[in-house]
Design a protein around this ligand. Structure first.
Ligand code: MG
Ligand code: FE
Length: 169
């Protein structure tokens, strides 16, 4: 049996690992994208937000007397998923990357929704406030991706049909 505060701490660590992975994924994707400037720009904007989110989570952990545990961060169960995105060598990597990024944002939305409830249950008002600040950023990124998916798909398909153009990234 564990207290709400203990679960909150554990989940904050998971969230920190998730954001660490998000930073890696986003930067890999932004670096590779050449022919999709709007997507690349949006990813770069969210990279900055993601970096700030990770700092905020680190602050929450430190306030509770803990530092983000690097062992857990590195062996996190979210890793396998991220690697499927970062090791992109697929001929349709822009489409797969968009899809995976959207799925990742949904995981982040769920993570912060759970953290907000857990922080409330544990009476940790500061952590609750911070997670309530981050959640809308994840929702906004998921919404942007979802709204731009058709456009990215059309652009990919048209570039892929053109023997002169590079479509994949
Ligand atoms: Mg995030
Ligand atoms: Fe995000």
């Amino acid at each position: 049996m564990s207290t709400a505060a203990e679960h909150l701490l554990d989940w904050l660590r998971d969230a920190h690992a998730m954001e660490q992975q998000a930073e890696k994924m986003l930067s890999n994707m932004a670096e590779r994208l050449e022919h999709y400037p709007a997507l690349r720009h949006q990813i770069e904007l969210h990279m900055e937000e993601t970096h700030a989110q990770r700092q905020l989570l680190k602050g929450c952990l430190e306030r509770l007397g803990h530092t983000p545990s690097t062992t857990k961060d590195i062996t996190g169960r979210l890793m396998a998923f991220g690697q499927s995105v970062t090791g992109m060598a697929m001929s349709d990597e822009v489409v797969k990357g968009t899809l995976s990024s959207y799925v990742f944002e949904q995981m982040e939305i769920a993570t912060y929704t759970i953290l907000i409830a857990a922080a409330e249950a544990a009476g940790d008002i500061e952590t609750q406030r911070i997670c309530e600040l981050i959640l809308p950023q994840e929702i906004a990124m998921a919404t942007w991706l979802s709204e731009h998916m058709p456009e990215i798909t059309f652009a990919f398909l048209s570039r892929d049909a053109d023997p002169e153009a590079i479509a994949k990234r």
